[in-house]
Design a protein around this ligand. Sequence first.
Ligand code: CA
Length: 224
Amino acid sequence: MKKKKSRMLVVYTLVVIVLFGGIFALNQAGNNGNAEERRLAEAPAIEGQPIAGDPNAGVSIVEFGDYKCPSCKIWEEQIKPQLQQDYLDTGVASFAYVNTMFHGEESILAGQASEVILMNHPEQFWDFHKALFAEQPAQVNHDELWVTQDKVLEVAEATVPDLDAQQFQTDLRANEVVDKLMKDQELVDTYDIQQTPTIVVNDRVIANPFDMDEIRQVIEQELE
Ligand code: CA
């Protein structure tokens, strides 16, 4: 019983940290008039994150994304496949995804579900990732509720054929999962990520994540 209580406390703490961070980020987003490339102190550490492509590739691409964010769905469906084909499938770059929970409890629940899949079924992670974005209603209203316990379970069952539904639901609140999200939140804070999706190539923050030419140019420069 005590253990359960302390777990809940950790989850509530996470909710508070993420909500305050999110409000700050939304306020800041309005101040980012001109998008300019920004350099971080270093390429974000991707240890413990889901990684596609060759993890040892010379170029590291990191997406700070949110399953609840409409732009992230568009990025996943329009830009990611081009990166996948040209840079990930060819072993030129690695790609990691960091949960950036700017939309409150739904972002957190989606993040929890993704970390459970990564922990228990890593080989199915990217299928789950893609399927969850596919479930985001198109033309979504920011406030419309769609990430629910039923929805994440439905997507998990669709992508992991032998899923233990009860275990999945229990693991959503596992300490390990909460720790992983706190680690993601730390990266968001450390690198002062203000909007989603934010795409980082090595230590360079792409000014416009929807400009495939810019992304290509930065990758090519980093390869030299
Ligand atoms: Ca993570």
